[in-house]
Design a protein around this ligand. Structure first.
Ligand SMILES: Cc1cc2nc3c(=O)[nH]c(=O)nc-3n(C[C@H](O)[C@H](O)[C@H](O)COP(=O)(O)OP(=O)(O)OC[C@H]3O[C@@H](n4cnc5c(N)ncnc54)[C@H](O)[C@@H]3O)c2cc1C
Ligand SMILES: *[C@@H]1O[C@H](CO)[C@@H](O)[C@H](O)[C@H]1NC(C)=O
Ligand SMILES: *[C@@H]1O[C@H](CO)[C@@H](O)[C@H](O)[C@H]1NC(C)=O
Ligand SMILES: *[C@@H]1O[C@H](CO)[C@@H](O)[C@H](O)[C@H]1NC(C)=O
Ligand SMILES: *[C@@H]1O[C@H](CO)[C@@H](O)[C@H](O)[C@H]1NC(C)=O
Ligand SMILES: *[C@@H]1O[C@H](CO)[C@@H](O)[C@H](O)[C@H]1NC(C)=O
Ligand SMILES: *[C@@H]1O[C@H](CO)[C@@H](O)[C@H](O)[C@H]1NC(C)=O
Length: 609
């Protein structure tokens, strides 16, 4: 073909396929958002019931390692450990594969009303979640390859150096700040202009800014500077200050651990991945107290598989304690109540930590440009624009309060620019009851409103996970127990006071910023302690950051795993996921979980050699 024709030919084909892709994405967005608005969350693991209740149990053979859960930790472990060709690995995931829709970060809130979410709620609460339907906070949990990383806000936050020194101070050797920094850097392919020496380049997990920035991001930065916070790289030298958000995306698309990690390993012949498989039990030899394998349900059938070397539980901070307790590892009395024979008495499910979060809606007189779906899809296909942002999250700050008892920050403030809220989804997203939901919906102006998420980082109150029954088809009971401790109320009040101060800076005056107040708690003008406490107890949800329910530490009376992540008193078995965090993190939990998995993989590799 003459060159001219060839160029012409390519041009036509290129143009046609680009517009097909654009049509495809526009349709996908229309379809999936509509579906999610009417989706009903499940109340139990119904799809596995028939298989679980079948009498026959089939043999699924034998693997060196069996990993439960292909979430953040499970994907990293399977990828790193299958680098050793002679080790055979079975990775089991209750959810299905990712799709094109969840790659669009902005569609994050819609994915929560789909099969990608387990469907949990807290138990009815007495001191918090009072403005929610039946006083129950919603608990989102990924049920898909990639787990939380496939449905989350993709905020890349490591927490404070001191957090990890605090882990080490409990007696966990090898977990200090200095020890864990290399594991953060190992995963990372940083494309941001961060502090030198703190970022990894060449790792699997891409980190970039989403562009273009809204002018309101700069209003937020300028206002924060007025309050004397410095501009920083919050994943760098110092964490106290204001910053632009570093995001887990690559050319604008979500970087889940399915996409960024597991896809590199799925072709390996020593790794078998089974989706839509619910692990119902870890089998443990009663005499030797060694894990021997697991039982799982898939395709309406029940299977048993042996683990020659180890069972690794990476089912996340809600499901890991559930599975441990179903297998006889947990608090003696609770297992007795549930009629489950005890294997070892450990404080499984205790020490549940969460980050209480209040969404403040801030009216401004800035109007975000109206962008059609077609235009935003065009931008997305070029790695830019609103579809590349998680609910328009753009900036964040971290700071101390006067009542600070930790050296890390106690409050995180995250800002989202207008178009962050879909007025039809907002109340449902937080499970607000009808009164409160309507009060908000009436006043929302999506093109003008910012959302500020005020996050309490180191809550002192502790919740717990208990079983509802000994049947794995039932959901666990999740008692958040937020704001039991008065200290949490005091420190969080100071966080809110700061947000109100920020609202009064020159930067925010320029856009006539005001708080959307639903008059639930009296006059917002008073800013009294009672007003703040009322906001917390009624309107605070969680940051979707449950941790700590199989905590790491030396003493089996207080902790569930040791510093090599081995379950105390049970052989051939580890827990590697967000459950093992013994103390809170000064930030979101995905990157810290990735760090734990990277380090866990190295610990296991050293033992296998
Ligand atoms: C809506 C939302 C937004 C978030 N936003 C952010 C954010 O912006 N930044 C951030 O850093 N963190 C965020 N997080 C938190 C972060 O995603 C989690 O901390 C992280 O994914 C935890 O990893 P994990 O490996 O412990 O568990 P998960 O990622 O939850 O993985 C557990 C996996 O195990 C599977 N599983 C569970 N039980 C079984 C079983 N019995 N059998 C088989 N499979 C099972 C699950 O389906 C899941 O895939 C968010 C979380 C949510 C839900
Ligand atoms: C919603 O919660 C608020 C605050 O707790 C309460 O005053 C109101 O009665 C509740 N409304 C409904 C319909 O439950
Ligand atoms: C922020 O401050 C800088 C420097 O004073 C100024 O140039 C810029 O216009 C401000 N931006 C906004 C959005 O307020
Ligand atoms: C700190 O908390 C205590 C209660 O724990 C409270 O009485 C006090 O007012 C708080 N201090 C400040 C400076 O807010
Ligand atoms: C709250 O419950 C009521 C009644 O059960 C229901 O009509 C409403 O849709 C629920 N609200 C949300 C946000 O789920
Ligand atoms: C927004 O409000 C500020 C302060 O009241 C005012 O100076 C500015 O002109 C307003 N801008 C717009 C676009 O209305
Ligand atoms: C600022 O906003 C408030 C509340 O939305 C409104 O009543 C007022 O008129 C606005 N002022 C200016 C100068 O735009």
């Amino acid at each position: 073909m003459p060159l001219l024709f060839e160029v012409f030919f390519f041009f036509i084909v290129g143009a046609v396929s680009a517009s097909l892709t654009s049509d495809y994405y526009q349709q996908l967005i229309a379809q999936e958002t509509a579906k999610s608005l009417t989706y009903e969350l499940p109340k139990k693991n119904e799809e596995f019931k028939t298989g679980y209740e079948s009498n026959a149990i089939n043999d699924y053979g034998e693997y060196d390692l069996v990993i439960v859960g292909a979430g953040t930790a499970g994907c990293i472990l399977a990828t790193r450990l299958s680098e050793i060709a002679k080790i055979s690995i079975l990775l089991l995931e209750a959810g299905g594969e990712e799709n094109d829709f969840n790659q669009i970060l902005a569609m994050w809130p819609y994915n929560l009303f789909s099969d990608f979410n387990w469907g949990y709620f807290s138990t009815p609460q007495k001191r918090s979640c009072l403005g929610m339907n039946n006083s129950q906070c919603v608990i989102y949990r990924g049920k898909v390859i990639g787990g939380g990383s496939s449905i989350n806000g993709a905020m890349y936050v490591r927490g404070n150096c001191k957090d990890y020194d605090n882990w080490a101070a409990l007696g966990n050797r090898g977990w200090s700040c200095k020890d864990v920094l290399p594991y953060f850097k190992k995963s990372e392919n940083s494309q941001v202009d961060g502090d030198e020496g703190y970022h990894g380049i060449g790792g699997f997990w891409n980190i970039e800014y989403s562009l273009p920035e809204s002018p309101l991001l700069h209003t937020f930065i300028n206002g924060s500077l007025e309050t004397n916070l410095p501009f920083i790289d919050y994943n760098g030298r110092s964490q106290i200050g204001v910053s632009k958000l570093q995001s887990n995306i690559k050319r604008g698309r979500r970087q889940s651990f399915g996409t960024a990690f597991l896809n590199n390993a799925r072709k390996r012949s020593n790794l078998k991945v089974v989706t839509k498989a619910l692990v119902t039990k870890i089998t443990i030899d009663r005499r030797s107290k060694q894990a021997t394998g697991i039982e799982f349900v898939t395709n309406n059938k029940k299977f048993r598989v042996r683990a020659k070397k180890e069972v690794i539980v990476s089912a996340g901070a809600i499901n890991t304690p559930q599975l441990l307790m179903l297998s006889g590892i947990g608090p003696r009395n609770h297992l007795k109540d549930m009629k489950i024979p005890l294997v070892v008495d450990l404080p499984v499910g205790k020490n549940l930590m969460e980050h209480p979060v209040i969404n403040l809606i801030i009216h401004t007189n800035y109007t975000a440009p109206n962008i059609s779906t077609a235009e935003s899809v065009e931008q997305f296909l070029n790695g830019l624009g609103p579809l590349t942002k998680g609910a328009n999250l753009e900036g964040l700050s971290f700071f101390h309060t006067r009542n600070s008892s930790t050296e890390g920050p106690q409050i995180q403030l995250i800002t989202a620019s207008p178009y962050a809220v879909d007025a039809s989804l907002f109340p449902k997203l937080i499970n607000f009851n009808t009164t409160i939901g309507q009060a908000f919906s009436k006043q929302l102006q999506p093109q003008n409103d910012m959302v500020w998420y005020v996050v309490l980082l180191h809550e002192k109150s502790r919740g717990q996970i208990l079983l509802q029954s000994n049947n794995p088809i039932d959901f666990p009971n999740i008692d958040l127990n937020m704001f039991e401790e008065q200290d949490d109320v005091d420190v969080f009040s100071e966080g809110l006071e700061y947000a109100f101060r920020l609202l009064e800076t020159e930067a925010f005056k320029k856009v006539n910023a005001t708080l959307l107040d639903i008059s639930l708690c009296g006059d917002s003008g008073t800013r009294s302690k009672q007003y703040m406490e009322c906001l917390m107890r009624n309107l605070a949800g969680t940051g979707y950051h449950p941790i700590g329910t199989a905590a790491m530490g030396p003493d089996p009376r207080k902790f569930v795993v040791d510093d090599k992540l081995r379950v105390h008193g049970v052989g051939n078995m580890r827990v590697i996921d967000a459950s093992i965090f013994p103390l809170g993190i000064s930030g979101n939990t995905n990157a810290p979980t990735a760090m734990v998995a990277e380090k866990g993989a190295d610990i296991i590799k050293a033992e296998l050699k």
